[in-house]
Design a binder for this molecule. Structure first.
Ligand code: GLN
Length: 200
């Protein structure tokens, strides 16, 4: 059976993730209301603008239902802004910006700096077989600290240091980049696998 996977649909590249999830064997559904949070087996938080998504999540009264489901083990995949929203700690947030949290990492928003607003590279990612993944970074965050339960699956070297950009903590997966724009479905397939595992 196809797991039913929600895409948080308040702002950002919602359609692209829904299409990628369908191609990866899931049944995608859009999540905008508290009741919809309860009705999914897993959730994708898309890229977009994390401070806007944060405001809308609170305005639509989704924050508490999301936190409750994450605390009880719902798998979540956050891409770019979604990584920021999943992080327990955010550096360089907009004034008043909060996160949903759950993933024991510190992220730095817009970490790559203005001069490299976006770039692409091929990256080997642990747990993703079949060769390097094309990673598209668009005003991306990176991870500055990870808690003990977090596995770093890929890093990039920038400004003279290695920075994690794919991490997983149990059923919570996050990438700084945007796999939904490349046509390579392996990151979404890995997430669908995490959702199937959690349902067992
Ligand atoms: N810079 C954006 C933010 O702070 C993230 C960009 C993206 O998701 N492509 O949310």
């Amino acid at each position: 059976m196809s797991p039913r996977i929600g895409v948080l649909a308040v702002q950002g590249d919602v359609r692209e993730h829904a299409a990628a999830l369908a191609a990866a064997g899931a049944e995608p559904t859009l999540v905008r209301r508290p009741a919809e949070v309860e009705a999914v087996d897993g959730l994708v938080i898309p890229g977009g603008e994390s401070s806007t998504i944060d405001k809308l999540v609170r305005a639509f009264e989704l924050l508490d239902p999301l936190r409750a489901r994450i605390a009880s083990g719902m798998p979540v995949y956050g891409s770019c802004a979604g990584m920021i929203l999943l992080a327990d700690r955010v550096l360089d947030g907009a004034p008043g910006q909060q996160s949903i949290g759950g993933l024991d990492i510190t992220v730095r928003r817009n970490a790559f700096g203005r001069q490299v607003d976006s770039y692409e590279t091929d990256l080997s990612v642990e747990e993703i077989p079949g060769g390097p993944v094309r990673a598209v970074f668009i005003r991306a965050p990176w991870v500055e600290e990870v808690g003990p339960g977090v596995e770093v699956l890929a890093s990039v070297s920038a400004k003279g240091e290695d920075h994690p950009i794919v991490v997983r903590q149990g059923p919570l997966l996050a990438t700084s980049f945007h796999p939904e724009v490349t046509g390579d479905r392996r990151i979404h397939e890995r997430f669908v696998e995490l959702v199937r595992d959690a349902a067992r």
